[in-house]
Design a protein around this ligand. Structure first.
Ligand code: MG
Length: 170
């Protein structure tokens, strides 16, 4: 096995990026997490489908590639993004990072949600993220935390997501 070494500093040619997102929970919205639809009384509010997982992952990829953030690429005031599926945002981030020679190496995600209990849904999200990033499932991990019934997460007013991605050259 060989390791690519960058020309500067002799470091492995890898980049790490972090993403974070929060959306409010409202009635009459669908709950979409990581591209998976969940049956729940409320969903996340937003200009697009408000998928906090895909938004955080998109931002992590853009960050690792030095490409700014999701708002730079997809302004929420742009009518073209109204009701958009967030898989579109992720695909563009992957494409742009790929143009710079980067591809995902692994992904770790934390979803902060008081309800619903995600349970087996975590694995469905993981498998879908792995598919979208063209990674083996064991290179993607999805964790879930409640808000311990305090704060905006704990009162189930909102959900958040954090993502960390590693990009490798090639
Ligand atoms: Mg968002």
């Amino acid at each position: 096995m060989t390791t690519n070494i960058s020309s500067a500093g002799g470091l492995p040619d890898i980049r790490v990026g972090i993403g974070h997102d929060t959306h409010r929970l409202e009635i009459q919205r669908n709950l979409i997490l990581g591209g998976i639809a969940f049956d729940h009384a409320r969903g996340l509010a937003g200009h697009s489908d408000a998928d906090i997982v895909l938004h955080a992952v998109t931002d992590a990829i853009l960050g690792a590639a030095g490409l700014g953030d999701i708002g730079d690429w997809f302004p929420d005031g742009d009518p073209a993004n109204f009701g958009a599926e967030s898989t579109k945002f992720l695909a563009v981030a992957l494409e742009q990072a790929g143009k710079l020679g980067w591809r995902p190496g692994n992904l770790d995600v934390i979803i902060f949600a008081q309800e619903p209990k995600l349970g087996p849904g975590k694995l469905a999200i993981r498998d879908n993220l792995a598919r979208l990033l063209c990674l083996e499932s064991d290179r993607v991990n999805v964790k879930a935390k409640t808000g311990e019934r305090v704060g905006h997460i704990g009162r189930a007013e909102a959900m958040s997501c954090q993502a960390v991605v590693l990009l490798v050259r090639g």
